[in-house]
Structure formats: C-alpha cells, structure tokens
Design a protein around this ligand. Structure first.
Ligand code: ATP
Length: 511
C-alpha cells in the first residue's frame, strides 16, 4: 500500500462508497468530528459489539451487563472529578489559527524521535541480516542512546509540568523543542490553556444553573453509581465485573482523524470490582485478557503495542494503553486502568450513601477497588477496517479491493446469486436465501455479470458467495466461493448450512 496518509484517505472514501461511514448531516456540509454509520457500517459495528459482549459477559460467569442513561445527576461529574479536571491543554497557532492539544504536539514530537531509532534498527537488519544483534545495538549505539535520552528528558519535563499544573512550562517545552504548526509552519504559539471537554445542556424548563446537566464523557460512572444495585440484586461476589456499551460525548479540541476522534462516540467498558490490595493482580490479568481478545480477531500482531502512561489520570494508580497501528500511526485503541477506590469513595462522599461491600470470605466491609477496561467501539471499527482493507493484483492484470474482515464480523455473511436471471435459477437462489436468512445476514444479488458481483461482495468483505448455475438445476449442487482465496467449491445444497456454521463459528476465536 502507498503511504499512510493515502491509506486513511482510501479508507474514508471506501467507507463512504460502500455504505460503512458517512459524514453526519452531509447535505449541510457535515458536522465536524461527527459521523453516521451506513447500512454496512451499522452491521459491522453491531457485530463488533456482540463479539465484545459475548467475550466479556457471555464467557465470564462473574461479569454482567448494564445499560445506564446518558444523562446523570450533575453531582456525578463533580464527584468523578470531570467538572474540575476533565480538560485538555490546548494551544493555538497565531498564524494559522489552528488549535492543537499541547500534549499531542509533544507526543508526536517524541514519536518522530522514536522512529529515527526504528529506522536505524531497520538499516542494521537490512545491512547485516542474521548477524545483526538488535538488542545490543539498542543498548549501545550512541545515536540510539542519545535519542532515548532526549525522549526521557522530554517526557520528564512534560510530566513535571502537568503534575504541577504549570502550563507556562508546557508552552516553554513546545518552544524549546522547536515544534512548528503543520499548516503555517510557524512557531508563533499562544499560551497553553485548559479546556473542559464535557458538553452541557439543560434539563427541565427552568433555565438556571442548577439545571445544567452533562452528556456523559464516559460510560464508567453509570456503572459506579449502579454497582451496589447490581451487586445486591445479582447476588454478585467480589471479584465481579459490570460491562456496558454506550455513547459518550467529548468536545474534542482536535478532531480531524475520521472516526478515530469523534465528539460523539461509543465505548465498550467493563469495571471489575476487587478486594483492595488485589488490584495489581487483576490489572495484569485484564491487560492480558484484552490483548487476547484483540488477537482473536486474527489481525497481525505487528499492529499492536503497549504503552504505559507516564501522566496518570486523576483517578488511576496504573494505566496502560493497547495501541494500534492505525493509518495515521500508532494510537490508543483501548485503555486498561487501575482506578483504585477513587470513584466509589468520591460518590460516597458526594451522595452521603455508603457504597461498601461486605466480603464474607474475610468478614470485612470495604469500598472495592476497580480495574477498568475501556475500548472505543469506533476505534475498534477503524482498526478492523484498516487492517482488512487490501488492494490485490489479480492474475489477469486486473485489481480488486477486498475487505479481509474476520468472517464472523462481516456485515454480510453470504451472498446468494443466480448465474443468470433465467431457467428457474433466481427461484432456486431465492429458496436458498430464504432458508439461510434465519441464521445469517444474507444478500441476494442477480444484477450484472458474476465477476462484477463478486467484486462488490469482496469490497464489503462478504466471506462467502453462493452461485446457483445450470448444474444446480440438475443435481442440487451450488458453488461456494471463498472471499480470500477466490476458490470455488461445488457442494450439495444440503451441505451449505453445515459449512457456514463451521466457518462462521466464533467458538474458535473465543476459546
Ligand atoms: P485519547 O488520549 O486518544 O483522547 P483517552 O485516553 O482520553 O483517549 P479514555 O478516556 O481512556 O481515552 O477512553 C477509553 C477509550 O475510548 C479510548 O481508548 C478510545 O478507544 C475511546 N475514545 C476516547 N475518546 C474518543 C473519541 N473522541 N473518539 C472515539 N473514541 C474515543
């Protein structure tokens, strides 16, 4: 594939052309960083949700689901710290009037330095092949060490500045690093300011400040305030988890990366309640489990990496990101956080209600500690889509674009086609369609030449195409075509259901 920027453009236009993602309110020129999922996107998104839900709730006896409201009592957000601290440091370039997140500018600068090292390593591998000792090179090469020292220094300065709420120091760091605006090329920056990311609105008909409420910026708080309800009514014993999929809203400062950073998005979160002191064990456990989940999608491992946070959020004592190599580079896909008892304690204090759990095993009451796994549904969608997007040269000098999606996530599982619109083939194909549609999302397609129909299905990632032809009418067999190999196999119609069941089963992926 061509360079990364091109890839993102290709994925955006493919998403639009085949009904995966549209810009919101496009006829009015769109709304910045808000997107709609089209006919294919809605299916893919739903399949990702179902797969996550199955893995978290279905596969774990001690995890149950929840569906909390987007609106919550405003004190929730005071207690959680979001009113006071859910902000990003923003900085404007005075020449382009472009707004940036100061932390992102610094992170991107660090990433550039890191890539220099990766380039040096790649050069060494290319030059010396198997004789190249990568580990030793990384530990001793002067360039590598110098770059690492630079990175450590920048990270340390940034952390100190943020810990001390010293926004002038953040600006000074940006200036010292010589970071320039990508649009104007200038280093003419405003001061750094904090900008709260929560959207507010009013509830009820009286417009005074007491009625201001927020659109939730994370789904987690809905879980925290319900944790005792669920624990008591579900007779849950610690350790146990509550999982939720739902919308969250953030007035993001920089929102230019398609569905990677949206102002309205969906999270798939699980809060796991544990005995105090056991949180690190469970933190490691969920880190490993979540990596396993991502790997079960069959995407090449090179797309993933871990990133431990240097600047912890106000609620965490350990935090790590699973990063994905998106079309615009490695970025956060999922966060795993050890949130301590911060949230529950805060809610106890602000509500005046006890949120303790009586642990029968140790005969003690306590406020549980929480380990959270939080993955963006839209980012997972983008990760899966961008890893699946493949341009292939075919033997006859033509090309095809194929989405090599995990078969069990594909929007359409099977397309059923009559070779021609004559001789009873459409009727036969319809019969198969009407039988399979109970189990699978199917498409019936009789328009255009078979090659063109196959291309259409490849482009939306349909793993199987069934063709009804002349022979079908004679011996009740069809051909079933595999999306990835493009091979066609002739099988009896009554075998089709069994074949699909085996190939689309999520059992293998989940176990
Ligand atoms: P970032 O640093 O990229 O802003 P974050 O650390 O603020 O993300 P969390 O608060 O940990 O994100 O949220 C958990 C997950 O929700 C993220 O890993 C991401 O997948 C998703 N997410 C967060 N913000 C957005 C957004 N604006 N658009 C889409 N997904 C998002």
């Amino acid at each position: 594939m061509a360079n990364k920027e091109d890839n993102l453009k290709k994925i955006i236009s493919h998403s639009k052309e085949y009904g995966f993602v549209f810009q919101s309110s496009e006829i009015y020129d769109g709304l910045s960083a808000v997107y709609d999922y089209g006919q294919m996107g809605a299916e893919l998104k739903k399949n990702i949700k179902d797969y996550w839900w199955k893995a978290m709730v279905g596969m774990n006896e001690n995890i149950v689901g929840l569906d909390a409201s987007i609106f919550m009592h405003p004190t929730t957000w005071k207690a959680s710290g979001h009113v006071d601290a859910f902000s990003d440091p923003l900085i404007d370039n005075k020449d382009s009037n472009k707004r940036y997140r100061a932390d992102v500018l610094i992170e991107e600068h660090v990433e550039k330095i890191r890539l220099k090292t990766e380039k040096d390593v790649a050069k060494g591998i290319k030059r010396f092949g198997d004789d190249f000792d990568e580990e030793q090179f990384r530990a001793t090469n002067p360039n590598v060490l110098r770059n690492q020292a630079k990175i450590d220094d920048i990270n340390a300065r940034f952390k100190a500045a943020m810990d001390n709420d010293d926004l002038a120091a953040v600006k000074a760091l940006i200036e010292d690093l010589g970071i320039a605006c990508a649009i104007s090329g200038s280093k003419n920056w405003t001061d750094v300011k904090q900008f709260n990311l929560m959207f507010s609105t009013e509830i009820g008909s009286v417009a005074d400040a007491a009625n201001t409420i927020y659109l939730r910026p994370e789904t987690a708080q809905g879980i925290f305030v319900n944790y005792l309800n669920v624990q008591k009514t579900g007779r849950m014993k610690i350790p146990f988890g509550i999982a939720q999929i739902g919308k969250a809203f953030r007035n993001e400062i920089v929102a230019r990366q398609f569905i990677f950073r949206m102002r309205e998005f969906e999270q798939m979160e699980m809060q796991f309640f544990v005995r105090p002191g056991q949180e690190m064990k469970w933190y490691e456990h969920w880190k490993a489990e979540r990596v396993k989940w991502h790997k079960s999608l069959g995407i090449d491992e090179k797309y993933y990496r871990f990133h431990d946070h240097i600047k912890l959020a106000h609620y965490a004592n350990a935090a790590s990101d699973i990063e994905f190599d998106f079309p615009m580079g490695f970025k956060e896909l999922e966060g795993i956080h050890s949130r301590t008892d911060f949230d529950l304690k805060q809610h106890e204090e602000h509500s005046g209600k006890k949120l303790q759990y009586f642990d029968p095993e140790i005969n003690e009451s306590y406020v549980p500690y929480v380990v959270e796994t939080s993955v963006g549904l839209d980012r997972t969608f983008l990760a899966i889509l961008s890893a699946a997007y493949t341009e292939e040269k075919l033997e006859n000098d033509t090309e095809r674009v194929v989405l090599k999606l995990p078969a069990f996530l594909a929007p359409v599982k099977v397309a059923i086609m009559p070779l021609t619109k004559k001789d009873g083939m459409p009727e036969k194909a319809r019969e198969i369609f009407n039988n399979l549609k109970f189990e699978y999302n199917c498409q019936y397609d009789e328009k255009d030449a078979p090659g063109k129909r196959y291309r259409r299905q490849d482009a939306i990632g349909t793993p199987f195409c069934i063709m009804v032809d002349h022979q079908t009418l004679e011996d009740n067999t069809i051909t079933i075509r595999d999306r990835d190999t493009m091979e066609q196999e002739r099988v009896a119609i009554d075998k089709v259901e069994g074949i699909l069941k085996e190939k689309l089963d999520i059992r293998k992926a989940l176990s």
